[in-house]
Design a protein around this ligand. Structure first.
Ligand code: MG
Length: 166
């Protein structure tokens, strides 16, 4: 039997952006420095962590993906701060009576070392999403030199979220 009034919803999100010269490297709202001066290519600021989290939030309510709300061919979103886009996604949740219980994300990047910046990424996300610091998990891993992340063609991120009826 289907529960017509669930109290919880789960969502998952994935994103990848290409590493290119002459672009900023922004992950979780933190401006990082790549040893070869590379950054992430994209229409917005290409914050791969925030994008994966937004897709997880939207996915939990089956609202589609960020491309639906912030189309890459719409000049309005060019160079957007993804944290501002996240605010908009949060209002879609609040309008529907949902809030976030917790988030867990993993960023896959060969370089630079993300560990020293993880807590700031968690703090940035926690503030925007209205969560305690302890309810936002961000992890970083290399891809052991394998695949597009390993060869530093790009950086990817996966995220899961749990929503609760507020
Ligand atoms: Mg993206």
């Amino acid at each position: 039997m289907t529960d017509s009034n669930p109290q919880f919803r789960i969502g998952n999100g994935y994103d990848i952006h290409r590493l290119v010269p002459k672009r900023p490297l922004i992950i979780g709202g933190v401006l990082l420095e790549h040893p070869d001066g590379l950054g992430l290519e994209g229409h917005s600021d290409a914050d791969v962590l925030v994008h994966a989290v937004m897709d997880a939030l939207l996915g939990a309510l089956a609202l589609g993906d960020i491309g639906k709300y912030f189309p890459p061919d719409d000049p309005q979103w060019e160079g957007s701060n993804s944290m501002i886009l996240l605010e908009r996604v949060m209002s879609l949740l609040y309008e529907r009576g949902w809030s976030v219980s917790n988030i867990d994300a993993v960023v896959v990047a060969e370089r630079p070392k993300l560990k020293p910046h993880i807590d700031l990424m968690r703090k940035n996300l926690a503030e925007k999403i209205g969560l305690d610091f302890d309810s936002v998990g961000v992890k970083a891993t290399t891809n052991e030199g394998l695949g597009p992340e390993g060869s530093e063609e790009g950086i990817s991120c996966q995220a899961v979220v749990l929503l609760k009826k507020s």
